[in-house]
Design a protein around this ligand. Structure first.
Ligand SMILES: *[C@@H]1O[C@H](CO)[C@@H](O)[C@H](O)[C@H]1NC(C)=O
Ligand SMILES: *[C@@H]1O[C@H](CO)[C@@H](O)[C@H](O)[C@H]1NC(C)=O
Length: 213
């Protein structure tokens, strides 16, 4: 068990380091500041529906409405996410004060159709993909992803682990240009914490990957 935890954390650090290598902080922040002054017109605000309810529809609806030239504000709390999700963000700000809690249903996520395959290196699976350009996703150190990792580590403690076996990467950026991810916490990633694919000018600032649930 302990060795499994170490592997998850080490991979998280590797992915994190390679992502920050391609950062261009100053030009990206300038772009966002301009957006705030001139273009942001729409604001979407949402809060968790509460225990036993599924938040996936309302999260997707908010991003569909305000993810382009808009501002999306998630109130604190846990959002119950029950299927794979892509956020297409263009000239957009998202304040995520709460957590996206990806349901702990290992058999569901391991079905190939229930994740994306946008990381072509080792063909890894992703349950949450950010794409687009000129956006800031700020989780203010009070939000991010709950991955329910312990159930995954326990499950895989007695099973073979292989590249591309369907264990989902918690946060994947794919085809992003000028994206900033700030104060984002990942609690209990099932597998790699994060990955960046086919992207440029990506900045991570103050990211936490925590294997200790
Ligand atoms: C999440 O939503 C599903 C319904 O799709 C529900 O069965 C489950 O209990 C909810 N989970 C939480 C933690 O609220
Ligand atoms: C990548 O994003 C650009 C726009 O930002 C889009 O035109 C292009 O089709 C995307 N490529 C892929 C492979 O999705």
């Amino acid at each position: 068990m302990i060795s499994t935890l170490f592997i998850s954390c080490l991979l998280a650090i590797c992915a994190f380091t390679s992502a920050s290598a391609s950062s261009l902080a100053s030009s990206a922040s300038t772009a966002t500041a301009t957006t705030t002054e001139n273009k942001i017109a729409k604001t979407c605000t949402l809060r968790p529906l509460g225990h036993g309810r599924d938040d996936t529809d309302q999260v997707e609806a908010a991003i569909a409405k305000c993810g382009h030239f808009g501002h999306t504000i998630f109130a604190p709390g846990e959002y119950n996410i029950t299927r794979k999700m892509t956020w297409d963000l263009v000239e957009s700000t998202v304040d995520l004060h709460g957590y996206l809690n990806f349901k702990p249903d290992i058999q569901y996520w391991l079905q190939p159709e229930n994740t994306y395959r946008v990381i072509f290196i080792q063909n890894q699976a992703s349950w949450f993909v950010l794409t687009g350009h000129s956006f800031t996703l700020n989780a203010h150190n009070t939000g991010g992803i709950i991955g329910n990792g312990q159930s995954w580590w326990s499950y895989f403690a007695t099973r073979a682990r292989e590249d591309g076996d369907g264990r989902p990467v918690a946060l994947t950026l794919s085809n992003v240009t000028r994206g900033i991810v700030k104060g984002f916490r990942i609690e209990g990633q099932p597998f790699w914490c994060n990955a960046v694919a086919d992207s440029r000018e990506v900045v991570y600032e103050g990211m936490v990957c925590n294997c200790d649930e």
